[in-house]
Design a protein around this ligand. Structure first.
Ligand SMILES: Nc1ncnc2c1ncn2[C@@H]1O[C@H](COP(=O)(O)OP(=O)(O)OP(=O)(O)O)[C@@H](O)[C@H]1O
Ligand SMILES: [Mg+2]
Length: 230
């Protein structure tokens, strides 16, 4: 479903990704694990079209993404929850979620909202509250729901557990499992390898913009956990 081939990303003189190749097959949950600065967000943002590729290709559903804007990539079926659980703080929880369903049409929007309310009762209970007033974990649920509201084929999650207490990590994990049950293909990054390894089928350990090791979760577990404490 997603094929990244020799992708290079640079910011001025800094090379963040050095010709990285990654594949995500339909129905998989693939984990990118690595320390601060490894290049995880750069990869996710390049797939979404938020940072340009210096060289290499990104293909989604057999089409080259390079000429597509961020907006067109979203319409093509890519959902994105950025690092740092960014919500629109001065919009209500419901409007935040609906922002992710923009352009879907009324019927599909209300379908998305009722499905999300069912999965995450918090969204219904706090629907009218400003998103900026929620706790960190609650905001992460809103950010995930916004990314899910368009029923994406591929969901990009950048460090969904960042800065969260164990109880919230468990809740977010449950939300990710709900997405998996819907058949969503997921590419997620995480520094906290332990809970993320429980969700993934396969993973890549990234260091210095390169793949150090890749394979089924059982094969990368030791290296991923060693990296966690670097
Ligand atoms: N906008 C930018 N301008 C300049 N350098 C950047 C920019 N964004 C990232 N970098 C650099 O690119 C490298 C990779 O950063 P990136 O954010 O992709 O790593 P990461 O694995 O997501 O790290 P973290 O775990 O801290 O989120 C780092 O050296 C970082 O300093
Ligand atoms: Mg990052």
């Amino acid at each position: 479903m997603l094929e990244i081939d020799r992708l290079e990303v640079r910011y001025g003189g800094i090379t963040a990704l050095r010709g990285i190749s990654i594949e995500v097959k339909e129905g998989e949950t693939v984990l990118l694990v690595g320390a601060n600065g490894a290049g995880k967000s750069s990869l996710i943002n390049a797939v979404m079209g938020l940072v340009p590729a210096e060289s290499g290709t990104i293909r989604f559903a057999n089409a080259d993404l390079s000429s597509l804007s961020c907006d067109r990539r979203a319409r093509a079926g890519i959902g994105y929850a950025p690092e740092g659980r960014r919500v629109f703080p001065s919009l209500s929880v419901t409007d935040n979620v609906l922002a992710g369903a923009f352009g879907l049409g009324r019927a599909r929007q209300s379908e998305a909202l009722s499905w999300l309310h069912e999965s995450f009762p918090l969204l219904a209970e706090r629907g009218n509250q400003l998103a900026g007033q929620l706790s960190g974990g609650e905001q992460q649920i809103v950010a995930l729901a916004r990314a899910m509201a368009s029923f994406p084929k591929l969901l990009l999650l950048d460090e969904p557990f960042l800065g969260l207490a164990p109880v919230w990590i468990a809740r977010i994990s449950e939300a990710i499992r709900a997405m998996q049950r819907l058949g969503t293909t997921i590419l997620m990054t995480e520094q906290m390898a332990r809970p993320a390894l429980k969700l993934a089928t396969r993973g890549y350990v990234i260091r210095g913009g390169e793949v150090r090791r890749s394979g089924p979760v059982a094969e990368i577990r030791d290296l991923a956990l060693a990296d966690e404490y670097l």
